[in-house]
Design a protein. Structure first.
Length: 417
């Protein structure tokens, strides 16, 4: 009989279930305690296969820096065992046969990442900015037309980044509501309100692949200057990109590019409402905007975890991670690490945000980081100078997701100048 690895996560602590992300105060209290007392801990609890928790900022970076030892392909996110088994039976692998750049390891990862990287930085990004600014303006106009009250999460925050990403991919804008339903069913797979009959997003996955396949086939036949055309016609090692890889690419760009930014936008609005002095700072010094967007991402931490699997033994602090063990990187905890951020729980738009891990770290660090920050800049730098006041108009509700989360509902009352 093999002994249970130590140290074990104490029974009363849950930092990994979807439900744990419905109560942020309790979650962050638990993270704080773990960073102090047990930075690496073994978890063997239903419904997941066992894993180690990694909660300190520098440990998250160390694991991601050693990407040749800690690989992504075998297990990328926490999925209930029963679902992993069903997926294994159906597709022959626990990850469902999808091959996104998130699931890939080197050398393939870098080759596929190159297909889209230029769209989200430098001149590629500059080409997109007028479109993003126009979309931001249209949502501020929408707020103005809503009689001083809206649900900021469901009326504004989910739609703005969705419109941005569908426009970049070249999907018809009238498909927005459908794409929204699909991404929510996939990303908040643990939230019973957002999935079909408790199937953990499986039905949405199959259906959405069909939709994306049609879009790719169309752009293969009739290329335009959108990102779907770039993916559909990409060449890897001088061969045309495979269908599974192209579909996975579309899927990851839409899902990663959308709910994450929505969560940051709604979380940022909540940050400003609950810390009005931070809104005043931005009014007084608009140059703070980019730092404010980084602070929003640090404080909100829309992505809650990713998983890596060790390919050889590795000593993390005093704990030996064995070859084959999974480690879970908890980004929200890394972003509240007191060794890097003073008064880490406070939302302060003028703090030094460098070193935050909201966009991950290393070779897999978010390819859309600059785009996401620009979307936040464009929205808040336009909205805040025009706002006379804004306040909560009801109880905010969180999405119960341990992967990508944020507010399901954020009722607000406001007045423009
Ligand atoms: C506030 C918004 C966003 C947050 C918090 C966020 C966060 C993240 C995180 C944590 C990762 C994994 C990094 C790692 O493993 O080290 C990631 C990867 C990725 N993100 Fe984002 N993201 C955001 C917006 C976007 C946008 C707008 C796009 C663009 C379409 C995007 C596309 C991607 C892609 C394609 C990857 C995979 C990169 C790779 O594996 O090489 N993300 N993101």
């Amino acid at each position: 009989m093999t002994a249970t690895p130590n140290p074990r996560l104490p029974d009363g602590i849950d930092i990994f279930s979807p439900a744990a992300y419905g109560d942020e105060a309790r979650l962050h209290a638990d993270f704080t305690r773990l960073r102090r007392d047990m930075p690496v801990a073994w978890v063997d609890r239903e419904p997941y296969r066992p894993f180690w928790t990694v909660v300190c900022n520098e440990d998250i970076k160390l694991v991601e820096k050693n990407h040749d030892i800690f690989v992504s392909a075998p297990r990328l996110t926490l999925i209930p065992k029963a679902i992993e088994e069903a997926t294994l039976q159906m597709f022959g692998s626990r990850t469902g046969g999808s091959r996104t750049i998130l699931d890939m390891d080197e050398p393939d990862h870098a080759k596929y990442r190159d297909v889209s990287a230029r769209w989200f930085i430098g001149s590629g990004l500059r080409k997109l900015t007028p479109r993003i600014e126009a979309i931001a303006d249209s949502f501020i106009e929408k707020m103005k037309s809503m009689d001083g009250r809206c649900d900021f999460a469901s009326d504004i925050a989910v739609w703005y980044p969705l419109e941005a990403i569908t426009s970049i991919l070249g999907a018809p804008s009238e498909d927005g509501p459908y794409i929204l339903r699909m991404t929510q069913a996939l990303l908040a797979a643990g939230d019973p309100d957002l999935q079909k009959e408790g199937d953990y997003g499986m039905a949405a996955y199959g259906e959405f692949m069909g939709y994306l396949g049609k879009l790719l086939a169309d752009r293969q036949a009739n290329p335009t200057d959108d990102l779907t055309s770039a993916i559909a016609n990409a060449r890897i090692d001088d061969n045309p990109i495979g269908m599974i890889e192209a579909l996975s690419y579309m899927m990851v760009t839409i899902t990663a590019g959308h709910d994450t930014t929505s969560a940051a936008l709604a979380g940022g609005m909540y940050g400003f409402i609950t810390h009005p002095q931070e809104m005043d700072k931005l009014r007084a010094d608009p140059q703070l905007m980019r730092n404010a967007s980084n602070e929003i991402c640090r404080w909100v931490s829309p992505v809650r975890h990713f998983v890596r699997t060790a390919t050889e033994d590795f000593v993390l602090r005093d704990t030996t991670i064995r070859a084959g063990d999974a480690v879970v990187l908890f980004y929200p905890s890394g972003n509240r690490d007191e060794t890097l951020f003073e008064n880490a729980d406070a939302f302060r738009i003028d703090r030094d945000t460098s070193g935050h891990v909201a966009f991950g770290y290393g070779v897999h660090a978010c390819v859309g980081r600059q785009l996401a920050l620009f979307e936040l800049d464009a929205f808040f730098s336009r909205l805040i100078p025009q706002l006379k006041r804004i306040e909560l108009a009801g109880e905010p509700k969180m999405i119960a997701s341990n992967l990508v989360g944020g507010f399901r509902s954020l009722p607000v009352r406001y007045e423009f100048n």
